[in-house]
Design a protein around this ligand. Structure first.
Ligand SMILES: *Cc1c(COP(=O)(O)O)cnc(C)c1O
Length: 443
């Protein structure tokens, strides 16, 4: 597979080069030049199969020109042996539980796949791949869990001191921080300071001689490709091929939504995608009115989607050649307030006894909108459940009076994690971060 930048389709790079670099040299984002196809017969052969089997089939199609078959299979088996059930809440209304990974977030899929893909792509076996990420939320835990003890890979997660939630902090630490290859760094500063330190690290020539440096946020196409499996899996879990098929995606940085469009380009017969956002409605305004999103972001109950200027919007626009009417034929969008979110959590619990987290609640509201809009009558509708309710227990309790119980696997002891002593605390300066990066590369 070859990749092209969203800003210049005339020059292509290999998938290997694009994933290791993250961003294109012209500042654009990479997209596949052509779409490998899943035939109707091949899709039908996936019906009722496990997530692992679905992922294996789609991954072979995506990576067959880049890596040997057995290497692709090893990556899928190591990263994606996850249980992802499709739950029917009411007739033709389904929830795809993408939260059975180690940190209870759909981000586990992309992070775990990337942690194995990166060392497989790096041509020099004596140079480790070092991922440096800034996080104010879910990505941190997903990355420390995904990269622990992965041969040839290292990860350093920077987060602003005191600005991550208790569950998020615990998950970053329980990801085996202090074990070989993973570090968590609490930065005396803001999220922007963390991002600046990531940029400075990636631009550091001396570090680049010792390790292949890259980032692991959703600007990297390596995070988005494995998310295609979610959409194919949802379709494959239905009893028979549906007449029409809609998916509602709780949306922030627009990465997951772009993966849905990519699944459609590969041949998945998805009729419509709903981009459901919280009060950060930049994407909705773009789709409805062509308005360019601007900051600042607003804090909401679904905080992993508090993004004012979604970085993957550039990909979405490029996928439809900048034509908003073409985009609108597949993707609709709607935004919801915190009040709507609480009401949705309460309604689902009252009618089905099922607990959803605030992000999934936004997606569920989008699904109701699809139903109301009438044009889409009939056919199954799936909401992607992006986080486990126990990640946001106080919001769930506020809405329902029920405190969601935590999966046992999250116990820091069960997860095999280190204590909070393992977290380095630094001032927001490269001179403070440098020895930590050198240390982890040298392991
Ligand atoms: C990151 C995240 C989202 C948003 O996904 P994007 O790809 O950024 O649009 C939604 N829900 C949860 C729980 C998340 O962590």
């Amino acid at each position: 597979m070859k990749l092209v930048s969203t800003r210049d389709a005339s020059r292509s790079v290999s998938l290997r080069e694009g994933v290791l670099a993250g961003l294109a040299p012209d500042g654009g984002l990479y997209l596949p030049e052509r779409w490998p196809q899943l035939s109707p017969a091949e899709l039908e052969s996936l019906r009722g199969r496990s997530f692992l089997e679905v992922a294996r089939t789609v991954a072979l199609r995506l990576f067959e020109e880049t890596l040997p078959r057995d290497r692709i299979e090893t990556i899928v088996e190591a990263a994606l042996d996850l249980d992802i059930p499709l739950i029917e809440l009411s007739p033709d209304t389904y929830v795809l539980e993408l939260f059975h990974g180690p940190t209870g977030s759909f981000k586990d899929t992309g992070a775990r796949f990337l942690s194995r893909l990166l060392p497989a792509l790096e041509p020099s076996s004596d140079r480790p791949v070092l991922v440096v990420v800034a996080t104010s939320g879910d990505t941190g835990g997903a990355v420390t869990h995904a990269f622990r003890n992965v041969e040839g890979a290292r990860a350093v997660v920077l987060f602003p001191k005191g600005r991550v939630s208790a569950v998020q902090y615990e998950q970053i630490v329980s990801g085996g921080v202090g074990d070989a290859g993973v570090r968590a760094v609490s930065v005396e500063g803001s999220f922007d300071d963390c991002q600046r330190l990531v940029k400075e690290s990636l631009a550091d020539g001396e570090l680049a001689r010792k390790a292949a440096l890259t980032s692991a946020n959703s600007i990297n196409i390596g995070r988005l490709l494995p998310q295609i499996f979610h959409f194919v899996h949802a379709w494959a879990q239905l009893d028979r091929p549906p007449r029409s098929f809609h998916v509602s995606v709780p949306t922030g940085n627009v990465g997951h939504l772009v993966s849905g469009v990519m699944a459609q380009r590969m041949g998945l017969p998805v009729t419509g995608l709903m981009a459901a956002t919280n009060a950060n409605d930049g994407l909705v305004r773009y789709i409805m009115e062509g308005e360019t999103p601007s900051g600042p972001s607003r804090q909401t109950l679904s905080n992993a989607m508090d993004v004012a200027i979604p970085s993957n919007l550039e990909r979405l626009i490029a996928l439809f050649d900048g034509d908003r009417s073409k985009l609108g034929a597949l993707v609709s969008a709607a935004s919801y307030t915190d009040e709507d979110t609480l009401r949705a959590i309460e309604e689902v619990h009252r009618s089905s006894g099922y607990l959803i987290d605030p992000h999934t609640a936004v997606g569920w509201l989008g699904l109701q909108e699809l139903r109301r809009s009438g044009a889409e009558t009939g056919g199954p509708k799936v909401v992607l459940a992006t986080a486990h309710p126990a990640k946001f227990p106080d919001v769930v309790e506020q809405a329902t009076g029920v405190w969601p119980s935590r999966p046992e696997a999250w116990d820091p002891f069960e997860a095999g994690g280190a204590g909070s002593d393992a977290v380095a605390r630094i001032s927001p300066r490269m001179s403070a971060l440098r020895p930590i990066l050198d240390g982890v590369i040298g392991e």
